[in-house]
Design a protein around this ligand. Structure first.
Ligand SMILES: [Zn+2]
Length: 321
């Protein structure tokens, strides 16, 4: 095949098509600017298709990148959901722990008798402290629920933040109340250490507290304001609670006598001793030996006369051991 460009007149060009077979020659006549326009259109088409190819490949690349990004974001979203759920669980655990702390505190208080014994003031204080602790942890904290298909976790996060803030406040309140309770528990333990709560000597009781026949005249009755222990001469006598020796010496009728102040308006006295092992002002512990059994003073034989006074008035020592 052959193509030929034959110029004719100035304004036109004729294209001849001469097949090598015997068919006839064909011609195409067009204005002289025709080929230029065709070349221009062809050029534009070439540029346009290269741009299109580039744009398509770029879009494809962007699409792949976005797909990867979406996958990564979905993974992050899922892991955040898991994290929120785990934080929820932790918050619930903390809430439960707060409740258990309160229960433990109540147990300790009950163990040291803060709920039924002790002064009215201590009791009232203790109860007030407990009820405040109850209030502090009362009311369940609304914990956020993470729904299955939610990708926007901002509501859950904000709710979780509120819950944790609330828990943190409650924890701080509880700490304050526990500190207060610990102070009253310490007071109570101090009281329990000091209160006369054991027998001063291991021996049988030969005379109880109250009216009895006069042991000296065997006629008429007298009020016996203590308890007599029939212990052998020289038996160790011990302090029945922590305290300070208020008196250690000879007292008419009581013979060699020790008086201990335990605080809380309580004193104990130990009379008719053969010897005294402490002196005035000594600090003594419960169970510490303070004297030895004897028969000094108004006594019919070796024994210990033991008295307990509350705010200066004799009370039955048997109430304390
Ligand atoms: Zn007596």
């Amino acid at each position: 095949m052959k193509k030929a460009l034959v110029s004719s007149k100035k304004s036109h060009a004729t294209f001849l098509y001469i097949p090598e077979t015997q068919s006839s020659v064909r011609s195409l006549r067009m204005p002289i600017w025709g080929p230029k326009v065709l070349a221009g259109i062809l050029g534009v088409l070439v540029i346009y298709s290269s741009f299109s190819a580039y744009a398509i490949s770029h879009l494809k690349f962007q699409y792949e990148t976005s797909k990867k990004d979406i996958k990564a974001l979905t993974e992050i979203n899922n892991s955040q959901k898991a994290e929120i759920e785990s934080l929820n669980l932790n918050a619930q655990k903390i809430q439960k722990q707060l409740e258990q702390n309160l229960a433990a505190l109540e147990e300790v208080k009950a163990a040291v008798g803060l709920e039924d014994k002790g002064s009215e003031e201590t009791k009232t204080k203790g109860k007030a402290a407990l009820s405040t602790v109850s209030q502090a942890i009362d009311g369940n904290i609304a914990l956020p629920f993470v729904s299955g298909n939610s990708y926007d976790l901002s509501a859950e996060l904000s709710s979780l933040q509120t819950s944790l803030l609330s828990l943190s406040k409650k924890t701080m309140n509880q700490k304050t109340e526990i500190d207060k309770s610990v102070a009253s528990i310490k007071d109570r333990l101090d009281y329990l250490r000091c209160v006369p709560s054991i027998a001063p000597v291991v021996a049988k009781i030969t005379a109880g507290y109250g009216y009895r026949r006069n042991p000296f005249t065997s006629r008429g009755s007298e009020f016996h304001d203590g308890i007599d222990f029939g212990a052998p001469y020289g038996t160790k006598v011990v302090a029945t609670g922590d305290g300070v020796v208020l008196f250690a010496g000879y007292q008419s009728g009581y013979g060699r006598m020790v008086i201990i102040s335990h605080g809380y308006g309580l004193t104990t006295s130990y009379s008719h001793n053969s010897s005294i092992l402490v002196k005035k002002g000594d600090k003594v512990k419960r169970g510490q030996a303070i004297s030895k059994v004897g028969s000094t003073g108004r006594s019919t034989g070796a024994h210990l006369h033991y008295e307990v006074k509350l705010n200066g008035k004799n009370v039955n020592p048997a109430k304390y051991f």
